[in-house]
Design a protein around this ligand. Structure first.
Ligand code: BJ8
Length: 384
């Protein structure tokens, strides 16, 4: 067996986890546990777990639910929004049942990020009760942090009403500690990707990160420990032009662009994405008052809905240097104006550092696969 064909058991554990997790959610729901659905990184998991609820991510990465969604939503809308909404109404219509967890959710905790999502949430509330948390979109503003803390306090009330449990500082501190452990494990795995011949492909790690907000924290952490152990002892070495993917999230089911990059010979060494570093890069300060510490950490997430967003540009440059990338594939979902417009500034900053950028805007269909392949081929050839 070639070294790179060595199968990592831990990766299979992530792949095989879906049915077990669905059963676990079902059982805990029967036992009276409340299930909270989320669609964005700005909603702190720590609060949800501290009140004794469970959490599942509802971001849609599959194309199948989009047709149902387009009966309500415009066609020219981000596929992630349509897929998420379609998965909820599909459950209610009992059409596919391919994502049964959408139908098990008691409350959606949504967030005021992009316009498309906000308007979709108004419709979503008719299917599943939806609490929309406001966000200060100028995070450097003097009052932004205090405002966000107030929104988190309101969320705390909503969650306590849902579950009938009080959220104590001790529980919050425990959840912060646990979430930080997960973040540190992911960072340790990403450290290995900095080497000249990383032991894991981007398409492999992406499938792991896609599970981060779906699996229970304990199961996710346990599998990460195994993965890190295996990566440390197994002699796998990958090579190829070193690529960073930067831009929109790649929710579970959406693997088109990363698969093309790696099938055509590139090696993704880092993802500046909500299905990548944005999900775990910063820790919550365990020495501060917990609500403030949570607010400080989450407000730092550099989503393109924020203004101004120097933080994201600086982070991209930092990651490009740390992971020694040869080129950046800037990935935008169709009709995602925030990431699409921000591309110009990212491109300018990378140009100054001598790092080429390939921009790909796509949806969840396979219609543009051949065209993307041709463009990726040309880009990789230029990097070699
Ligand atoms: S923190 S990236 S998870 S909002 S839905 S913005 S792709 S048009 S998902 Fe997001 Fe939170 Fe930001 Fe991350 Fe664009 Fe589509 Fe909007 Fe999207």
């Amino acid at each position: 067996m070639a070294e790179n064909d060595i199968i990592l058991r831990s990766l299979d554990l992530f792949k095989e986890a879906f049915p077990g997790r669905i059963n676990q959610i079902l059982k805990s729901k029967e036992g009276g546990k409340k299930i909270v659905g989320t669609l964005c990184l700005y909603v702190p998991d720590e609060l949800i777990y501290a009140c004794g609820a469970d959490r599942v991510i509802l971001c849609g990465g599959r194309s199948a639910p989009i047709e149902a969604a387009e009966e309500y939503l415009p066609r020219n809308l981000c596929p992630l929004i349509k897929s998420s909404f379609g998965s909820v109404i599909d459950q209610k219509c009992s059409k596919t049942k391919s994502c049964p967890h959408f139908g098990m959710v008691d409350l959606i905790v949504a967030e005021a990020t992009c316009d498309g999502k906000k308007k979709m949430y108004e419709l979503l509330d008719k299917y599943i009760p939806t609490h929309v948390m406001d966000l200060p979109q100028k995070p450097e503003n003097q009052n932004a942090l205090e405002y966000y803390i107030k929104e988190l306090e309101s969320l705390k009330d909503v969650l306590e009403n849902l579950t009938g449990n009080k959220i104590t500082d001790t529980q919050l501190r425990n959840e912060i500690k646990s979430a930080n452990e997960t973040r540190k494990l992911l960072r340790a795995i990403y450290e290995l990707r900095k080497s000249d011949s990383p032991p894991i492909r981007g398409t492999e790690i992406l499938k792991v990160v896609q599970q981060m907000h779906f699996l229970s924290p304990d199961e996710f952490k346990k599998n990460l420990v195994l993965l890190l152990d295996e990566l440390n002892v197994t002699k796998r070495e990958f090579s190829g032009p070193r690529i960073m993917i930067s831009g929109c999230p790649m929710a579970a089911g959406n693997m088109k662009v990363p698969e093309i990059i790696e099938n055509q010979g590139g090696l993704i060494v880092v993802e500046e994405s909500c299905t990548g570093t944005r999900a775990f890069w910063d820790l919550v300060d365990e020495n501060k008052e917990p609500m403030r510490a949570i607010a400080e950490r989450y407000l730092k997430i550099p989503c393109a809905c924020m203004y101004p967003n120097e933080r994201r540009i600086n982070q991209i440059l930092q990651l490009a240097g740390d992971f020694n990338v040869d080129g950046v594939v800037y990935y935008t979902l169709q009709f995602c104006h925030g990431y699409n417009v921000e591309k110009y500034r990212v491109g300018e900053a990378l140009k100054k550092s001598g790092i080429p950028l390939l921009s790909i805007e796509s949806d969840y269909s396979g219609a543009d696969t051949e065209q993307i392949k041709t463009r990726v081929d040309a880009f990789l050839e230029m990097l070699e």
